[in-house]
Design a protein around this ligand. Structure first.
Ligand SMILES: CC(C)(COP(=O)(O)OP(=O)(O)OC[C@H]1O[C@@H](n2cnc3c(N)ncnc32)[C@H](O)[C@@H]1OP(=O)(O)O)[C@@H](O)C(=O)NCCC(=O)NCCS
Length: 231
């Protein structure tokens, strides 16, 4: 029987999987599609069995905002537009969701799901042939959820101008291997703008949880303080 190079790779990988050898990590990382999770990360077996909602996990690997910031670029093609030749809102929200999911997943290194999207208003339409720039950054992590701030610009590269299109906040929840919410690492804001977004995140969270029927208005202490002039 003749083995192709791919078959041979699978055979070698299977052998090392049985042997539990993680010293081959470097070899497999770049050029090989199959990588058991405990070869990528020897601690994953232990980590996946830990209770995943314990607060002690939060501070363990706190991360900076810049560690997971995501800049995504797209070109508006005919299939992305409405009958006015502008980018369709639904297509933009789809791209925003992907940009935000990447940022959230990079912050907590787990699968994530979109829990909610705050209101999105479109300031300026983005035209066919223009480029779309989406910036997604985590503003604050709570227990198992994170708030992601998105900013969107359009760019006309022919006439060399860039314009703001919209801004939104998405909330993502980190999931454990049983698809249950899992504790997320804390966020360390560094710049003034990051600190401002961090400070406002608790109020935005309480507002969206009230609107989503997940919190009683009486429990929204941050919002109350704001309206009572103490915030
Ligand atoms: C989001 C989801 C995982 C929450 O699960 P749940 O069983 O309600 O769990 P909990 O009530 O413990 O909430 C978990 C976290 O989600 C947050 N959350 C739940 N609903 C929310 C909402 N409407 N807005 C913002 N955050 C919300 C909670 O505040 C909590 O965060 P915290 O731990 O930081 O306080 C679950 O509702 C779900 O899977 N929804 C579907 C997600 C989906 O399909 N998205 C689109 C495709 S990716």
């Amino acid at each position: 029987m003749l083995l192709s190079p791919t078959d041979t790779h699978y055979f070698i990988a299977y052998f090392f999987e049985l042997a539990g050898d993680n010293t081959r990590n470097g070899t497999f990382k770049s050029d090989f599609p199959y990588q058991p999770s405990y070869i990528r990360n020897p601690f994953s077996r232990i980590r996946n069995q830990l209770p995943t909602r314990l607060p002690y996990l939060r501070g363990m690997n706190a991360k900076k905002v810049s560690d997971s910031i995501n800049h995504m670029n797209e070109l508006v093609l005919p299939n992305d537009t409405n009958t006015f030749g502008n980018l369709m809102g639904g297509r933009l929200m789809y791209w925003m969701d992907i940009a935000a999911a990447y940022c959230a997943s990079k912050h907590c290194n787990t699968p994530v799901v979109t829990a909610s999207v705050d209101n999105i208003s479109f300031k300026n339409p983005i035209k066919l042939g223009h480029y779309v720039h989406i910036e997604a950054k985590v503003t604050r992590a709570f227990n198992t959820s994170m708030e992601i701030h998105l900013k969107v610009w359009g760019e006309d590269t022919l006439h060399q101008f860039k314009y703001e299109s919209n801004e939104a906040y998405f909330t993502f929840v980190s999931l454990d291997p049983n698809d249950r919410p899992r504790t997320v690492p804390e966020v360390i804001p560094e710049t003034e703008a990051e600190k401002e977004l961090y400070d406002g995140a608790l109020r935005r969270r309480q507002l969206r949880l009230i609107l989503g029927g997940k919190m009683k208005p009486d429990d929204a202490t941050e919002l109350k303080a704001l309206f009572n002039g103490k915030g």
